[in-house]
Design a protein around this ligand. Structure first.
Ligand code: NCD
Length: 311
């Protein structure tokens, strides 16, 4: 008998369409994996014989290895496709590559690509489950889920929490997915950054261009990297001036609540968006905890999606 989860779809593409109940389903299922990941032997056989493909068309350390660890701890076979050695370089289209891989009967395709909406397109032509591991500036659902899990473990619940998301909001799929998830869970969100890096049509949040005002009464300050690779000839701030105005250090963290925590999805640019010492201060920074929770949430995602594929 297959399990019935509150999340009953076989793809995970965007947080915009997730309900609160569905988000909670992923968070709840992760709990058992948090425990397993603390054991000496972390391997389970839940996904024995299952095949998972990592298809990363953009650089990644955390997300790619986190999915690999998650799949292997569940007993699945994980194949990393090295895009730089693939037939994409011979002119094959991305959708042809996906159709080819789909013909090998995989269970899950994990896709990172610079094109917004590409995971959705792929999900329509393959029989495998598709997980969006970041599509351009659009969404990055598992990052937002792992951030929510990190917050839940630290604060117990989401009610009354106020979170500042700071920096390059305009190009950040992490910000977009987090705003969707955290507001649905009941958090209040401030976004803080230079006007040129805030989307004009942003909704569900309060917008600030001053760290002093934006961090007031916040329990969490989530810092973002400036996505230089996505900024086309627009405003690229001088790093020193940017750090002075928007870089989070101990002084600026004092604008937030007394015991406020710092988060960052990584990779960090030390002393550009975050003070190096603060980033490493485990009494204030949840950055390493986010990585740990990432494995648990991705184990839960793989389990739930493959279960739904089987029904
Ligand atoms: C983020 C991403 O790739 O969107 N990193 C991540 O997945 N942990 C953020 C970033 O690249 O700045």
């Amino acid at each position: 008998m297959k399990k019935i989860f509150d999340y009953n779809k076989k793809h995970l593409i965007e947080c915009k369409n997730l309900t609160k109940k569905e988000i909670q389903c992923f968070l709840k299922e992760s709990e058992k994996y948090i425990k397993i990941n603390k054991k000496k032997i972390k391997k389970t056989n839940l996904l024995n014989g299952r095949t998972v493909f990592n298809l990363f068309f953009e650089d990644s350390t955390r997300t790619r290895t986190s999915f690999e660890v998650a799949a292997k701890r569940l007993g699945a076979d994980l194949i990393n496709v090295s895009v730089k050695d693939s037939s994409i370089n011979k002119g094959e289209t991305l959708l042809d590559t996906m159709t080819t891989i789909n013909s090998m009967s995989p269970d899950v395709l994990i896709v990172r690509h610079p094109e917004e909406g590409i995971s959705l397109k792929i999900s329509k032509i393959v029989s495998a489950c598709v997980i969006n591991a970041g599509d351009g500036s659009h969404e990055h659902p598992t990052q937002a889920l792992l951030d929510a899990l990190t917050i839940k473990k630290r604060f117990g619940n989401f009610k009354k929490l106020k979170i500042a998301i700071c920096g390059d909001i305009l190009h950040s799929r992490v910000a977009r997915s987090n705003i969707e998830i955290l507001t649905k869970l009941g958090c209040k969100i401030n976004v803080v950054g230079p006007k040129s890096l805030i989307p004009k049509d942003i909704e569900k949040v309060k917008v600030y261009s001053s760290m002093k005002e934006g961090l007031k009464n916040c329990d969490i300050v989530m810092m973002l990297r400036i996505q230089k690779e996505r900024i086309i000839s627009k405003y690229v701030p001088n790093e020193k001036i940017y750090f002075e105005k928007y870089g989070l250090d101990y002084n600026k963290l004092d604008y937030a609540n007394k015991n406020a925590f710092v988060m960052h999805p990584g990779p960090m640019n030390r002393d550009v968006e975050i003070d190096s010492k603060l980033a490493d201060d485990v009494t204030r920074s949840l950055i390493q905890e986010q990585v740990t929770m990432g494995v648990a949430i991705r184990m839960a995602c793989l389990e739930i999606l493959i279960n739904n594929k089987d029904i």
